[in-house]
Design a protein around this ligand. Structure first.
Ligand code: NAD
Length: 365
């Protein structure tokens, strides 16, 4: 097949769906690749490197398979011919307009977010690869906004205690945040509603905060809490949060608004100079004082809600994402290298959001 790599148009999006190293490996497998001029520039990859890897520079939109990072804009959907396959982040669970538009245009779209979290599909798991970037960067942001050191310092001018960091929601991003805080010398603590996470938290050298709530849901994700559980959690967290220098929140429930874990009262009870980094801004935020996309200071506590942190590390984020995309793409090739997705494969069946199933049903799933 001919695979098209487009130049991302979303504001601040610096990633690219395929990097030259991965292009070269696909070309070696008989895949032809056409790259839009400047597609890699956000990630500091010049067109020449794509040419060296065996791609042509040209119009990617009329390729058989178009690969992207961000969901397509309305005008980008307009550039896709009926019968084209699209692979990228499509935000299927919050799909408002994108997926119906793709369906109406006759595009067969695969949403990387909908790839099942099973062992065989780990190499394609773009949510995980990008969450690692976000978790790491969230800690660096917290450290740079903090008025305090992260590590313990013993100096002639006195001793500084290590910072205490609480991570609320320990999925992939949260675990990376705990590990990164630990590497910077802070004392990290993790909390989640899935008790199975406790061992993972301890394995990166962090403490586990146990509030006695078990809300493990389907597919390894959390379920939404009941009213009672929520009240119990808020009261317990309110007390805990005040004792930390930094709180990093990453809690998400698929298809639902982000759970409110840090109330305004809890944030205000933190010591002046403390920092909250809320990674759930895109779905409303985990902190009541969060303003998505902004950094605000309230009662001398800094609250940051960066959006799309992976785009701020475009080189490695693109490298990892490329690997995910090419693995998914290769799953769609038959033995002769022809493009022939087999929908009896669970990974393709679940990640395909505009084919075989009425769009609305799939979008609501
Ligand atoms: P996510 O981004 O959906 O959510 C982040 C975390 O928030 C989760 O750990 C969730 O339990 C937690 N959370 C939700 N509501 C909460 C609340 N009210 N209070 C506290 N915490 C709350 O998670 P993710 O990083 O996408 O990971 C989801 C699952 O997928 C995990 O079980 C993870 O281990 C699993 N996973 C599996 C594979 C695999 O291939 N086997 C790969 C990656 C991730």
């Amino acid at each position: 097949p001919l695979v098209g790599v487009v130049r991302e148009s979303a504001e601040g999006e610096r990633r690219v769906a395929l990097v030259p190293k991965v292009v070269s490996s696909l070309v070696g497998k008989g895949v032809r690749v056409v790259v839009e001029a400047g597609a890699g520039l956000g990630a500091l990859i010049p067109d020449e490197l794509y040419v060296d890897a065996g791609a042509e520079i040209g119009d990617p939109w009329s390729a058989d398979v178009v690969v992207k990072v961000a969901p397509p804009s309305e005008s980008e959907v307009g550039k896709l011919a009926s019968g084209t396959t699209l692979i990228g982040f499509l935000a299927p669970r919050n799909a408002d307009t994108v997926i119906p538009a793709l369906a109406a245009a006759g595009v067969q779209a695969f949403a990387v977010e909908a790839i099942p979290r099973i062992s065989r599909a780990q190499v394609m798991d773009a949510l995980s690869s990008q969450a690692n970037v976000a978790g790491y960067k969230a800690v660096l942001l917290a450290a740079s906004e903090s008025t305090r050191f992260f590590p313990m310092l013993t100096t002639a001018a006195g001793t500084v205690k290590p910072a205490t960091v609480l991570v609320l929601g320990v999925g992939v991003a949260g675990l990376q945040a705990l590990a990164t805080a630990k590497r910077l010398g802070a004392r990290p603590t993790g909390y989640d509603v899935r008790p199975e996470v406790a061992d993972q938290v301890r394995s990166v050298g962090a403490q586990w905060l146990d509030l006695g709530i078990d809300a493990a849901g389907e597919g390894g994700y959390a379920r939404e809490l009941t009213e009672d559980e929520r009240a119990q959690q808020q009261a317990a967290l309110e007390k805990a949060i005040a004792t930390f220098d930094v709180v990093i929140t990453t809690a998400l429930v698929p298809g639902r608004p982000a759970p409110r874990l840090v109330t305004a009262a809890a944030a205000s009870a933190m010591k002046p100079g403390s920092v909250i980094v809320d990674l759930a801004g895109e779905t409303g935020g985990n902190c009541e004082l969060t303003e998505p996309g902004r950094t605000v200071v309230k009662n001398d506590v800094t609250i940051c809600s960066p959006l799309n942190l992976p785009a701020t590390m475009p080189e490695h984020a693109s490298e990892l994402y490329s690997k995910n995309v090419s693995a998914l793409l290769e799953l769609m090739l038959d033995e002769s290298g022809a493009f022939a997705p087999d929908f009896s494969d669970e990974v393709l069946e679940k990640s395909c959001v505009t084919r075989n199933v009425p769009t609305t049903e799939k979008a609501d799933a």
